[in-house]
Design a protein around this ligand. Structure first.
Ligand code: MIC
Ligand code: SF4
Length: 643
């Protein structure tokens, strides 16, 4: 029986377990990446592990999220990360060098290698045939220390691409179509593998747009084969030596098959407030817009920018629209400057932003009240833009640029003939903003620089045998980590200060939550399905931990968040009968007994609702390792105990 590409790479990296769907496997990690908003915690955790030098083939730290320095905090964090990297063997991509996923694809990604990153869009690397997975900071810290990374052996979905995209229909439309069909929970426990004749019609940046937004499916990762197009891309990046050809066997067996004829796709948009709320441009109609933002790790490649510049050439941004553009990397920005495309954008009235996440994470450019904003980004969760009632539509760069000129949602196919946009034979390469670490023998000479905002991270106690606690919050379905631990320009600078950032925990759902949770001392959070979807931020587990949350009982979990809860020592439980969700109200007293025994040997526990006098069966869908970790009080305690 033949193997899928995913199985081939996983098998080669398998260090624990067997490749049986649904079972936990441990894999060796070749590369890691971090970004600054999750990086400070990840490096504090790495330091706490006491490993002097990273053991991966390549680890890179990027500064791209917290780039708005409206106080000392972000600058201090950048300095801390820079100095930790220098000392411990990590490459440091300085602020200004670009968004982690874009730069990693350009300069470091290697087909066939494994990469984990403390950012949920790490699967961008799947665009060049890597198994690239988003993870919590603590998992990345462990991988940097040479530790194994654990995932549930995924089901593999084959997306068979046929045909060729019509002019002005984009890679963004491919992934929006997949999201429309599979929804934001359709990818949980799965890897999405792209195959078929249509693959070779897509360039590497287009493939990366598609794998990047696989994160929005909840998928473990997404991957494309590594082929002649990949070789050309790596060659143009001066890295042809990193190329290997990789594809699935012809007789590989998949768990599901999705067929997409690229020729039949039309321009699409994800409507507020979910990436799977997808409609065609015709269905939405010529809606008046207030803002257009082009950029983010999904759509900020040179190819995207060249298309945008072509559309803007000789035009002026509509008087009622604000257009901002953030090229994804220094390489992209530089090349736009060299070939005049940047001047074209400036000339049309675009507000050029630095190469960073920027508006995607609410670092500036929040839309006006109730404003309609078209964005080439990957997430449009309520409030994420920084404007609570902002209406965010996710679209291709082509649609974004065309609409910026007309002031209404515009079908890019009305632009007429499309020229052929080609990637350059050679990219402009200058890695001068990537600082290498010092040699090991000099590491003692490097002082790690800490600012006053950097506070130690909370560590859980060993698990008690009984939890008697009130329900401190009850929330519904599809709660994102942006609900649990909001981001944005005001809160992000507190990412290295858990006591402070905790004051904003669940602010989107219930501003009183932090106060209530602290007063209760210990508590349990109750939620619906796909709880914790979205980002990899472990702050969505560390803040609840700090506030005394001992367990989370929901209908189902998103992958990374569930792993982060376990790493933090908070028990993730799911309702055996989803109808029992209705049997708990906020402030009900909940009691769990014989917890240790259950964690050792049972796949369920009884949660007694003392207030209502009912027993609720909760599933413990956990591997043996996860059970041991919870008993120890989280990953750090567990690792220490093992050592
Ligand atoms: C996001 O897109 O939500 C982020 C900000 O990049 C997060 C990471 C974080 O919260 O720092 C992610 O995707 O993991
Ligand atoms: Fe940055 Fe947005 Fe990409 Fe997250 S999704 S890494 S915030 S650009």
């Amino acid at each position: 029986m033949g193997l899928t590409l995913t199985e081939k790479i996983l098998k080669e990296h398998l260090v624990e377990g067997e490749m049986i769907r649904g079972e936990e496997i441990g894999i060796r990690i070749d590369q890691t990446l971090t970004q600054d908003a999750t990086g400070t915690m990840a490096y504090l955790e790495f330091e706490a592990m006491g490993v002097p030098r990273v053991k991966t083939e390549r680890s890179v730290a990027y500064i791209d999220h917290n780039t708005l320095q409206s106080g000392f905090e972000n600058a201090d964090d950048h300095r801390f990360i820079g100095s930790v990297c220098k000392k411990h063997g990590i490459y440091f991509s300085r602020p200004g060098n670009g968004i982690c996923h874009q730069v990693h694809l350009e300069r470091f990604g290697i087909p066939g290698k494994t990469l984990i990153g403390s950012d949920s869009h790490t699967p961008t690397g799947g665009g060049i045939g890597m198994i690239a997975i988003g993870a919590g900071g603590m998992d990345v810290a462990v991988a940097m220390g040479g530790g194994t990374y654990y995932i549930t052996c995924p089901k593999i979905v084959k997306v068979e691409l046929t045909g060729k995209l019509s002019p002005w229909v984009a890679a963004k439309d491919v992934i929006l179509e997949v999201l429309k069909r599979l929804t934001v929970k359709g990818g949980v426990g799965k890897v999405i593998e792209y195959c078929g004749e249509g693959v070779k019609t897509l360039s590497v940046p287009e493939r990366a747009t598609i794998t990047n937004m696989g994160a929005e499916l909840g998928a473990t990762t997404s991957i494309f084969p590594s082929d002649e197009t990949t070789r050309q891309f790596l060659k143009a990046q001066g890295r042809e030596g990193d190329y290997t050809e990789l594809s699935a066997d012809a007789d590989a067996v998949y768990d599901e098959v999705v067929e997409i004829n690229l020729s039949e796709l039309v321009p699409l948009a994800a409507c507020p407030h979910s990436p799977d709320n997808v409609k065609s441009v015709d269905e939405i109609g010529p809606m008046k817009i207030d803002q257009v933002c082009i950029g983010s790790c999904t759509n900020s490649s040179l190819l995207d920018m060249l298309k945008v510049a072509y559309i803007l050439k000789g035009k002026t941004v509509h008087p009622d629209v604000s257009l901002s553009i953030a090229p994804g990397s220094k390489q992209v920005l530089n090349m736009l400057a060299e070939n005049g495309a940047l001047a074209t954008m400036i000339d049309a009235g675009a507000r050029i932003l630095e190469s960073a996440c920027g508006p995607c994470i609410g670092m500036g450019q929040s839309p006006n009240s109730g404003g309609i904003s078209l964005r080439t980004f990957n997430r449009n969760f309520e409030g994420r833009s920084g404007t609570k009632d902002g209406q965010i539509y996710l679209v291709s760069p082509e649609m974004a640029a065309a609409s910026a000129i007309t002031g209404v949602l515009t079908d890019p196919r009305t632009l007429g003939d499309m020229p052929e946009f080609k990637l350059p034979e050679v990219f402009t390469i200058n890695d001068n903003m990537i600082v290498p670490p010092v040699p090991e023998e000099e590491m003692d000479s490097v002082e790690v620089l800490r600012g006053p905002n950097i506070k130690p991270f909370p560590v859980s106690d060993a698990m008690p045998d009984e939890i008697d606690a009130k329900c401190s919050l009850k929330v519904g379905d599809n709660i994102t980590t942006d609900h649990i631990m909001p981001a944005g320009a005001k809160i992000l600078p507190l990412r290295s200060n858990i006591p402070k950032i905790s004051q904003y925990c669940f602010a989107v759902c219930d501003e009183e939550f932090p106060k209530r949770a602290l007063e209760l001392g210990k508590s349990i959070v109750v939620g619906g399905s796909n709880y914790g979807q979205g980002s990899s931020r472990e702050h969505a587990a560390l803040a609840p931990l700090y506030l005394g949350v001992k367990a989370v009982l929901v209908k189902s979990f998103a992958r990374i968040h569930m792993a982060n809860l376990i790493n933090a020592g908070i028990i993730p439980m799911t309702f055996a009968d989803e109808g029992d969700y209705d049997k708990i109200d906020m402030l009900d007293e909940l009691k769990i007994e014989n917890l240790i025994e259950s964690l050792k040997s049972s796949d369920s526990v009884i949660v007694k609702n003392v207030t209502k006098g009912v027993d609720i069966k909760a599933k413990l869908d956990l591997s043996e390792r996860q059970r041991a970790m919870l008993i120890a009080g989280g990953l750090l305690n567990y690792t220490r105990e093992k050592a």
